[in-house]
Ligand binder design. Structure first.
Ligand code: NAD
Ligand code: MG
Length: 395
């Protein structure tokens, strides 16, 4: 049987997920072709990716970076066309020649191109959880109306997706609850009173996963898990009460579904994002990912514990914001993006990230956003407020 080649756009190709995606694609030249790549600022990495994958388009965030890349491509006599800015991201996400879009931009900046891919009916591989947290029901209706196929790449959601029956119409009557696993990050056993002294280097040193800086900080506060609870609520249509988080330090079980008869189905694997990426690219087929296999004979115990509210106060904001007005997760996400950026710039203490999130949620009225314009306005209002709160608590 010959399989038609899938043409893939990778949004955020120079990041951790982007690089892993290209690694999987490179293993299957008979199945995938890179149509377009995008990056914010890393011109050298983008040039190397263009040399290797020969995409038709490469998008950079600014004029200056686009000009640098275009220059370099000319010197290397490569035919990739360089585009710039947010509109170009939507263009390469929705282009008629594209089959699949890997959404691996970090933050709400990835929402508009995700919506463009959804409306254009693409296979949308979603790593960019913030886009769904901000877009919520509005994002899902774009997927439905565009006839897109939304496949989660976040390892927990990929695990849940793989544990569920194929027909989504049966999910609501079969699912009892969804159990998201969390590693607990680098501070799982650190005394909560000492969290004010944490440095960006310590927060980014994750015990099990190598990831971008923003998600690494989110893993250390467990705001990553809060965003994932919200993400799961939208992806799988469950109520907030049906979502539970358990700490599992070994990151072998990537998440589980408990069904109405009490049976639990889990997905296991080594902590390597190429597994969910390969799963999403090939679904429902299975292809080589390049990841190491689990060796159960060498494995020590698998452990589980309840998350500690004092150490991880941000986790419960997921349920609070899902029970509040529909725009609330967007406000929480914006506040958290601003707070994490300030922490990484050493302007805010690690333990103040939660303060910024709480105070922004209290101050910004979350409406019921009905358009992309509404969502972006709410996102901007929350960022403006969060920046003020950061200034009040700045180091
Ligand atoms: P990263 O920081 O390594 O990479 C981010 C990519 O997005 C880079 O290519 C960067 O150039 C691009 N980018 C950043 N800001 C941009 C902007 N404003 N406009 C256009 N492009 C921009 O991040 P990552 O770790 O690869 O994570 C990407 C997304 O995937 C995040 O939403 C994260 O939560 C999610 N995710 C990551 C992992 C992981 O293991 N890294 C796991 C699960 C989910
Ligand atoms: Mg995850």
């Amino acid at each position: 049987m010959t399989i038609p080649i899938q043409r893939v756009t990778v949004l955020g190709s120079t990041g951790s997920i982007g690089v892993s995606t290209l690694d999987v694609i490179a293993r299957h030249p008979d199945r995938f072709e890179v149509f377009a790549l995008s990056a914010a600022t890393r011109v050298d990495e983008m040039l190397a990716q263009c040399q290797r994958f020969r995409p038709r388009f490469a998008v950079m965030a600014s004029d200056a970076h686009a000009a640098q890349l275009a220059d370099a491509l000319r010197r290397h006599e490569l035919g990739t066309q360089v585009l710039r800015g947010a509109d170009a991201l939507e263009q390469i996400a929705a282009h008629e020649q594209v089959d699949a879009v890997m959404a691996a931009i970090v933050g709400a900046a990835g929402l508009a191109p995700c919506l463009a891919a959804a409306r254009a009916g693409k296979r949308l591989l979603l790593a960019n959880k913030e886009a769904l947290v901000v877009g919520g029901e509005f994002f899902l209706s774009a997927v439905r109306e565009g006839g897109a196929t939304l496949i989660p790449i976040d390892s927990e959601h990929s695990a849940i997706f793989q544990s569920l029956p194929e027909d989504p119409r049966t999910w609501s009557r079969r699912i009892d609850k969804i159990i998201l696993t969390a590693s607990g990050g680098p501070f799982r056993t650190r005394a909560p009173g000492t969290l004010c002294d944490v440095t960006p280097e310590q927060a980014c040193a994750h015990p099990n996963w190598v990831m971008g800086r923003k998600i690494s900080v989110d893993s250390a506060t467990m705001m990553n898990k809060a965003l994932e609870v919200i993400e799961a609520r939208f992806l799988f249509g469950v109520t907030p009460d049906q979502l539970e988080v358990v700490i599992h330090p070994q990151s072998v079980i990537h998440s589980m579904v408990q069904f109405t008869d009490g049976s639990v189905i889990a997905q296991l694997g080594t902590p390597d994002m190429r597994v969910p990426i390969a799963c999403g690219l090939a679904w429902p087929e299975r292809i080589e990912s390049g990841a190491q296999r689990l060796d159960f004979r060498q494995m020590a115990a698998l452990e589980f514990e309840a998350p500690d509210d004092e150490r991880f106060p941000g986790l419960s904001l997921a349920w609070d914001s899902l029970r509040a007005a529909p725009g609330t997760p967007a406000v929480l996400n914006a506040a958290n993006e601003v707070a994490v950026e300030a922490f990484l710039a050493r302007r805010l203490g690690f333990d103040r990230i939660h303060t910024v999130n709480l105070e922004t949620l209290a101050r910004v009225p979350a409406s019921n956003p009905a358009s992309l314009g509404d969502l972006l306005a709410l996102d901007e209002a929350a960022r403006a407020c969060a920046r003020q709160v950061v200034n009040q608590h700045a180091l």
